[in-house]
Write a protein that binds this ligand. Sequence first.
Ligand SMILES: [Zn+2]
Length: 340
Amino acid sequence: MRGAVLHAPGDVRLDQREDPAVVAPTDAVIRTVAACVCGSDLWGYRGVDPVTRPTPMGHEYVGVVEEVGADVELVRPGQFVVGSFFASDNTCPNCLNGYQSNCLHRQPLGAIGCQAEYVRIPLADGTLVATPGTPDDAFIPSLLACSDVMGTGWYAALAAEVGPGKTVAVVGDGAVGLCAVIAARELGAERIVAMSRHASRQRLATEFGATDVVTERGDEGIARIREMTGGIGADAVLECVGTEQAMAQALRSARPGGNVGFVGVPHGVAVDGRELFNSHVALRGGPAPVRAYLPDLVERVLDGRIDPGRVFDLDLPLEQVAEGYRAMDERRAIKALLRP
Ligand SMILES: [Zn+2]
């Protein structure tokens, strides 16, 4: 089969890879219907994360089950499935506590590589969620978004305790930040401030439910949020970038007693303990336990309540995977969908 492989920074290719097969009895193999390029894939593509050997790429996927191992009971060949970027058993104590992305037996799909024609899914019963019947093609982008960015935005909002009546600020206008706006709206936030400088992303944020847009960054951005909130800061701030500047902006934009949910993979982020202590801000983040939210998110998509698939502004055949990376790297595209 063919799959995307990162050979060196800036050099991603569609290579011939070994066909996946059921290895453990809890595995399934899916035929990929759609995959995509994640903002976090760009850390390696840009050389920020070292590339030491040819690396299969991608951790977001929807597909049709081809084959299951002897111990798989909940998913069957022919079913259309969505899964998260960590395989999880969904039965261990961490899973039962709602932290499937910290499953005691978790396996990262990123190490398997989902930008490929077929994918082996470990712990298939715990990882995959089947849709009722085969969904209409129009739903594919939004179902794919649930595999990571929508689930991650959802977690950011829950981690920051977004709820009815709250004022929420979203730092980051990438796919996760935009999905975080959807999550804040669905969870009943009264005011949702999208922090964005790009006209097309501001427009999408507004259509997703943002009530205000702040274009300033850094100290000026923080000052704007305080100005809009009677001088104190937002109840909840969702940090969806992962840089030092974004984290500082998030922490200082939250009110005393407020919450920051951080889901951008931190790169060079240091949090000052004394400043955090004095701020009275609560901080929770990490890789999102997307599996916990998948049944609910899939239902919201199929009911037409949410359409996070609109973050895909580039739709390419898998052959053009290199162009997908280039377009996202150059910020010509928010997120690239790939169809094998
Ligand atoms: Zn588990």
